[in-house]
Design a protein around this ligand. Sequence first.
Ligand SMILES: Cc1cc2nc3c(=O)[nH]c(=O)nc-3n(C[C@H](O)[C@H](O)[C@H](O)COP(=O)(O)OP(=O)(O)OC[C@H]3O[C@@H](n4cnc5c(N)ncnc54)[C@H](O)[C@@H]3O)c2cc1C
Length: 496
Amino acid sequence: MEAIWRLGSLGLPVCAPLEEQAEADVVVIGAGITGLTTALPLVEAGQRVVVLEAKGVGGGVTGGSTGNLYSTLASGQAALRRKWGDEVAADVVCARSEAIDDIEALIKRFSIECQFRRQSAYRLLTGDRQHSDHSLNDERDALLRAGLDVASAEGPGLPFDSWGIRIPDQAQFNPLHYVQGLASVLIGMGVAIHEHCPVRRVDAKEGLVQTDTASVTARHIVYATHTPKGISLLQAGMLVSREYAVAARLRRGEYPEGIFWLLDPFHSLRSYRHGDTPYLMVVGEKHKTGEHEGEHYQLLREYLSSRFEIETFSHQWSAQQYSSPDGLPYIGRMHGHDNLYMATGFAADGLVWGALAGRIIADQILDHDNPWQARFASRRVTPGKSALQYAKENATVTKHLARDYLGTERIDSFDGIAPGQARVATKSGEKLAIHRTEAGELKVLSAVCPHLKCIVHWNPEESTWDCPCHGSRFDTDGEVIEGPAYRPLSRSEGLG
Ligand SMILES: Cc1cc2nc3c(=O)[nH]c(=O)nc-3n(C[C@H](O)[C@H](O)[C@H](O)COP(=O)(O)OP(=O)(O)OC[C@H]3O[C@@H](n4cnc5c(N)ncnc54)[C@H](O)[C@@H]3O)c2cc1C
């Protein structure tokens, strides 16, 4: 099932596939909110920009997000303040507020139909008020110190007791329609956006970007791919997680209006209207990528059913997050190459970070000052704030390398794998990712992730092979879905 944002999706004029050697000033890899927001000011400044997108416009996490735009972070302003102090915590709010204003201004300027509207955000507790959490007081204090206008509130329109904080003047939109709108504007300006065109190699020294069928040379190359492709030191400290979403129609009762963060445990709730039909969606059930356990969609359905009168569940989807070790995104010029740029570490807040990143990267390329460039620089080194997560994530990689290489079951044939089943096993000394489709077709791939040689794990809810080390994901034919890997899982010789 696809994300709810595809309802009423805009058809884009199709660009011819990139078939030959091309030249540009800037190649933007990835047509999510980061890539397209980067491309626009560059084109307006007269740069020749080519956009290469592995799927369709917005087909990455942008089109799988919740479509909420807020100045604080979903993980909380108090946590940010504890880590970074008052000045940086206030800078985050200021930079993100500006980015939301930029999104709103582009929507108005280009008349992009994406249901943008200003909304309040609520951080709410539920349950026994006697055991009210002191953390709400810290959060209120941190938001006020960062310059946000906050008030105590009950959750309006929620059919259960809830109380907490209201942050006015945040926003919501349909994130897919927004980036499709940006893409239309860019195409109208003569930009080539090549969809279904995965980049397989980047040679920064030569300024060369290669796809399966062609290559582009450019002075600047932007990884707007949510995480940089290939090997980067930053991936070693990144916490990579998946999160799930379901949408439903109610039998009766109100569709609540706002951004609702329900804190015990964290779930994000919002309504969305397509034509005359309203929907309610919930997002949550986060887990580390490659460590899938349990039935996350079912748990989300139960979460909604226990709180609302549900008529039917209409949509479900999942998406990936990259959380940086020091809690701020990495944006801009990469280590080692002055012509290579990236934007990553957005956690659950990357629609706004992506809009900010687009502005920062475009300003760097155009040699314009940007007040936020140093604050979120990808070249920053923050050992005091990052060491713990670096240590944890490296321990995860070591654990998986040891356990998955030594502990894989050995098999002599594929007979034990029933339709619909999948398994990682060793056959004739090779680690295999084996899947039999419901129709009985056997698909056998190497289980070794081409990124850094970890062993992939099966995600039964998505029918994907997910790498627990750095978050690369592959479909059952081995093709890359997302993550740092450039190349697919190789087809195994072991099918005989
Ligand atoms: C469940 C969930 C809900 C979220 N909700 C919100 C929210 O409400 N508000 C918010 O601010 N943030 C939210 N986020 C985070 C936010 O959606 C993302 O951080 C943001 O969309 C990232 O945008 P992006 O353009 O950097 O990446 P993407 O949208 O993932 O775009 C990257 C693009 O690069 C393409 N690509 C990758 N590799 C290649 C290649 N080799 N060649 C060519 N193209 C390639 C991909 O196909 C993709 O289209 C949420 C995240 C999750 C997981």
